[in-house]
Design a binder for this molecule. Structure first.
Ligand code: GCU
Length: 584
């Protein structure tokens, strides 16, 4: 079983294993697995070894395998990866192999010996390989399988491309015998001048003097970790608070006698007060955009800092102060760059639509993925919202119990951020939306996905829309709305293309913006979606061709007419974006 990855892995003493890896494609999962993971070679002429990495194709890591070989375009199955490396580890040192993410199941072998497995395509994990190295060449073999599982997370049906493979960094991380495995540093709840948190040492030398240094704030804080390697932190200090207008980050060093870790951390307060969301104690309106972790121009999974810059620069250009990274935790480069750019982040678990909440082990799977997500990004002040699901069905067996439990685990792991889920359980009758879901009482904000004008027709003038909130004193956030249009398909296009025309999408946005003025407690909106993205359930031969066309940008980054409606709304601002100006 994989270990939860160490905090701030990318800045540790790392050796990258990124690059070309040899692969064996095993479509029927019928390979002689033992031969493969033992990397068996024929020693004598009579030896019959049917599988070999030598002479096999190579794939880039990080990178999904679907976009790298035509024959793997729609492939969902097993691929074996091999990488060799030499490493001499000094005594009193430890070595870990770290994976930023691998979709979907992973089995790892070192020098022909199984070292562990992991399930879940979007969170990091690591294995300790201290004492498992051999002098000279070591062979690391990774079996990856992106086959869908009805009892998986996500389940078997979802509206995005199931990119498989080793999709993020692979690193060897060397630490001392007793290293700082994890830490939490942030503002105390409801305070803007007290930093609290903790440090966890892992190893044989657990009780140590620890120090937290924030030079810009003249902070040198000293404490002592206990016999379990745990130390609490509490520091009173004035500081510049992080916000979209001034995304201030401080250099923070956490150290003990045997280890030092440096991070960039910002301090901000996020909370709710009745119908409002407060950032650093002031009402804030979330000007959001939904983003999938994909670079359309490359038709592949995004992973690098430059990929993140492409996507987040578009969000900035649209006038956003927030991004909803859906429907799974995106790569760390994306979250860290958003924070640097002053973009607030909604982060979400792939608990999407049809989940088998009664399947054996589902609770553990949900809990582990939650812990992995929060562990990686708990020190990212840019992350303001944890979303534990999207559009799950209220009447699905055990859904309410499982998600209530998960929301409580989330609050235990981190009580300093807002917790919610994106819902589509609202009713819409007589031009009236009724917002209710059994989970709402457990969440800080009520988020709805509504597609008036696309999947559902307007039942009246958007400006006359009525709202029934069963819960009156919680912020409302429109987490998805929109419609499809093929870029360039405009007024001149034939009638039958009407509903795929840019003007049709543009009108949906104009109507939605008009309706926003009617929503009580509105604290933000988030169009579906920034840019057209690949989805194997979108196969209209003319207008989709395997793409969900609800982007405000085409798959080449061209701006559709609706883009300008949204940009104007975010930049021109309308009265109803001033927090507190809302109709009660
Ligand atoms: C849903 C869902 C998205 C999906 C979108 C759509 O609300 O959350 O994942 O892609 O609608 O239908 O385009």
């Amino acid at each position: 079983m994989g270990q939860t990855a160490m905090m701030n892995a990318l800045t540790r003493h790392t050796t990258s294993l990124n690059g070309k890896w040899q692969v064996i494609i095993d479509p029927l999962e019928s390979g002689n697995w033992k031969q493969i993971w033992e990397d068996r070679k024929s020693e004598k002429k009579t030896d019959f070894v049917e599988y070999s990495f030598d002479g096999s194709p190579m794939l880039n890591v990080p990178g999904d395998f679907n976009s790298q070989m035509t024959e793997l375009t729609y492939y969902e199955g097993m691929v074996w990866y091999k990488k060799t490396f030499n490493y001499s580890l000094q005594p009193n040192k430890r070595l870990f192999v770290y994976f930023g993410a691998v979709n979907y199941t992973t089995d790892v072998y070192l020098n022909g010996v199984p070292i562990g497995s992991h399930e879940g395509g979007f969170t990091p994990f690591q294995f300790e390989i201290t004492g498992k190295l051999k002098p000279g060449e070591n062979s690391l073999i990774v079996r990856v399988n992106n086959r869908r599982h009805a009892d998986g997370l996500p389940g078997s049906g979802y509206d995005w491309f199931n990119y498989g493979g080793i999709t993020r960094d692979v690193l060897l991380i060397e630490t001392t015998d007793s290293y700082i495995k994890d830490y939490s540093i942030g503002l105390q709840k409801n305070s803007t001048a007290t930093i609290t948190g903790w440090i966890q040492i892992d190893g044989s030398h657990l009780s140590q003097m620890i120090e937290v240094l924030i030079p810009e704030l003249n902070i040198l804080y000293k404490s002592q970790s206990n016999e379990k390697g745990f130390a609490e932190i509490k520091i009173n200090s004035k500081m510049k608070l992080w916000s979209p207008d001034s995304p201030k980050l401080y250099k923070v060093t956490v150290q003990c006698k045997t280890d030092t870790v440096t991070d960039e951390i910002g301090f901000r307060q996020i909370s709710v007060r009745g119908p409002q969301i407060l950032l650093n104690g002031k009402p804030v309106f979330l000007k959001g955009i939904n983003i999938h972790e994909e670079i359309p121009q490359r038709s592949s999974r995004a992973w690098s800092e430059s990929d993140a810059l492409v996507l987040l620069s578009w969000a900035r250009e649209l006038g956003c102060n927030m991004v909803r990274l859906i429907h799974y935790p995106h790569n760390e480069n994306m979250v860290r760059l958003a924070e640097k750019m002053g973009l607030m982040v909604w982060e979400e678990l792939p608990v999407y639509q049809g989940i088998e909440f009664t399947s054996p082990g589902m609770d553990q799977k949900l809990g582990l993925m939650l812990r992995e997500m929060i562990t990686r990004d708990r020190n990212r002040c840019g992350v303001i919202i944890w979303s534990i699901s999207n559009e799950t069905n209220p009447s699905a067996p055990n859904r309410n119990e499982a998600l209530i439990k998960l929301s409580q685990q989330c609050r235990q792991l981190d009580s300093t951020r807002l917790i919610t889920s994106a819902m589509s359980s609202q009713r819409y009758e007589n031009n009236t939306f009724e917002l209710w879901d059994p989970l709402y009482p457990w969440f800080d904000i009520m988020a709805i996905n509504e597609y008036a004008g696309w999947y559902i027709s307007w039942q009246g003038k958007p400006k006359d829309t009525k709202w029934k909130l069963i819960i009156h004193d919680k912020p409302v956030f429109v987490s998805e709305f929109g419609g499809e249009a093929l870029y360039g398909n405009t007024a001149g296009a034939p009638d039958e293309a009407f509903s795929w025309r840019e003007e049709y999408q543009e009108q949906i946005y104009k109507d939605q913006v008009e309706m926003f003025g009617t929503i009580p407690n509105l604290s933000g909106v988030c169009p579906w979606i920034l840019v057209d993205y690949r989805s194997p359930v979108r196969m209209h031969p003319v207008y989709q061709q395997g793409w969900n066309r609800k982007g405000l940008l085409s798959d080449r980054g061209d701006k559709k007419k609706a883009w300008f409606v949204m940009k104007n709304y975010y930049e021109g601002g309308t009265r109803d974006m001033e927090p507190g100006a809302r109709k009660k």
